[in-house]
Design a binder for this molecule. Structure first.
Ligand SMILES: [Zn+2]
Length: 467
């Protein structure tokens, strides 16, 4: 009670009228992106920012903002790759709200090092360089690896599970979660004076697998199956995985030792080692066009096409299925999601990281476990969940959420997006005709006949590259 009184006084000083007692002891179990709003009396804003700033109704570019009075913390800042698009490499969250409130930003916390959680960081730091960044040792090293130029000087502070970090109105605690990359954490953000907590589970418990029944199988099951396949193989074994699945790589190295085979990432050893003694570990498990597997298959399309091509080349292709478990998802299935909900017992719940169907399904699971429908927020990017007293509700305000496009490591300005990208989209589908008029002046400003061979070709290539 004592704390509530203090809070009331603070709010009064800031001319807030609508404030109720802050006596909530429940957890806001936020499974997703948060957002904020502008013209609510500031002291009433405990913005749980589910702004897309990214990751709602999509898989990628996760980013959440928590805001209270003069303090903002950001959780994750990812990229969404646009595979197969000729328009841009990917999209990152809309940073306009952060830019407008840059002086409030007290920290960026990284739950784990997957691209959809850290890939947007270099772009954000280019715009707002002085944001303190916090991450686990593994995520921090991945982030450092992405920084270029001035940003290289950036220090990524390491956090530890037994040491909470106080930033303004928030105290951030860390807990380990199981995921397909080392150093994965969830956060418990205490909103200190309001006496409530926001639990952000990170990727253990996003909505990606909310439609999949049962539990996510243990990685050890997969390893046993892999070992059998590898031991029996009479030719080369090619294993694909996400590059960041270090645990899987470690296990394959151990299997290689036990089965007396050599593992290569790519290189001359391929030629020197007999086929039946060779394991190639490569990227491209999802048919990514630029990944090694796709190049091995000489194809540039999605998964089925890559595996079809591999079949055509005479390969025996093992793919993950219910009957033949070869991959344990990094994401929790229904029973795991329910377990987390049962353990945290949240009063409010916001599913995140997934398309609308997945978020909805995750919301239904929460409802089945007794969370009232009105306390479940299935938001779109840019929507704001807000707290007044101990009540959370979906704000009428929204944030700008249209994504930023990135190309060649550069953020494309909005004008360029509307002009250039629309044009490029048309060109990519309809083709284009380039008309070059042949007039070249020599040094004495005399007209000369262009050399239609190399000279014009070089000029065209230069111009095309420039544009
Ligand atoms: Zn992840």
């Amino acid at each position: 009670m004592e704390e509530n009184k203090v809070e009331e006084i603070i709010l009064k000083e800031k001319n807030s009228v609508l404030c109720k007692k802050y006596n909530s002891s429940g957890s806001f179990y936020l499974g997703g992106e948060p957002v904020g709003s502008e013209d609510i009396p500031k002291s009433l804003r405990t913005k749980i920012n589910g702004v897309d700033i990214g990751g709602l109704h999509e898989v990628g570019k996760n980013c959440y903002i928590l805001e209270k009075n003069e303090d903002i913390i950001i959780v994750d800042c990812g990229i969404k790759f646009l595979n197969g698009s000729n328009l841009a490499d990917g999209t990152v969250p809309n940073f306009s709200y952060l830019l407008a409130n840059r002086e409030k930003i007290k920290g960026l916390f990284i739950t784990h090092g997957h691209e959809d959680h850290i890939g947007g960081i270099p772009y954000l730091l280019k715009l707002i360089p002085n944001i303190p960044v916090y991450g686990s040792e593994f995520s921090a090293s991945l982030v450092k690896n992405k920084l270029r130029g001035e940003e290289l000087k950036k220090k990524v502070e390491l956090f530890h599970e037994d040491k909470p970090i106080r930033v303004g109105e928030f105290r951030v605690n860390f807990f380990r979660v199981t995921h397909s990359i080392p150093g994965s954490f969830g956060l418990v953000v205490e909103v200190i004076k309001d006496n409530f907590r926001i639990v952000i589970t990170g990727d253990f418990n996003d909505s990606t697998n909310a439609e999949v029944e049962g539990n996510t199988p243990s990685e050890s099951k997969i390893v046993r199956r892999l070992e059998n396949i590898i031991a029996e193989a009479t030719g080369r074994v090619i294993i694909t995985s996400f590059a960041s699945n270090v645990y899987r790589l470690k296990k394959v190295i151990e299997i290689a030792k036990r089965t007396d085979k050599k593992i290569v990432l790519l290189g001359k050893d391929i030629a020197k080692t007999p086929n039946n003694k060779l394991i190639i570990f490569c990227t491209g498990s999802q048919g990514e066009e630029r990944a090694v597997l796709s190049r091995l298959a000489h194809q540039i399309y999605e998964v089925e096409k890559v595996s079809n091509k591999l079949f055509a080349l005479g390969a025996k292709v093992y793919e993950n299925s219910k009957e033949d478990l070869l991959h344990a998802s990094g994401h929790a299935c229904q029973e795991d999601l329910k377990l987390m909900l049962t353990m945290v017992k949240p009063r409010y719940f916001m599913p995140f990281h997934g398309d609308f169907r997945m978020l909805k399904k995750h919301g239904h699971l929460a409802q089945e476990l007794g969370i009232p429908a009105k306390n479940i927020f299935v938001c779109s990017n840019g929507e704001v969940v807000e707290a007044k007293g101990k009540e959370f509700f979906l704000s009428k305000k929204t944030f700008p959420a249209q994504p930023n496009y990135v190309l060649n490591g550069r953020l494309l300005p909005m004008e360029e997006l509307s002009n250039n990208l629309t044009l490029r989209e048309k060109m990519s589908q309809g083709g284009f005709l380039l008309v070059i008029s042949g007039l070249i002046m020599n040094k004495n400003h005399q007209q000369k006949e262009p050399n239609w061979g190399e000279e014009v070709r070089n000029y065209m290539e230069e111009e095309l590259l420039k544009n």
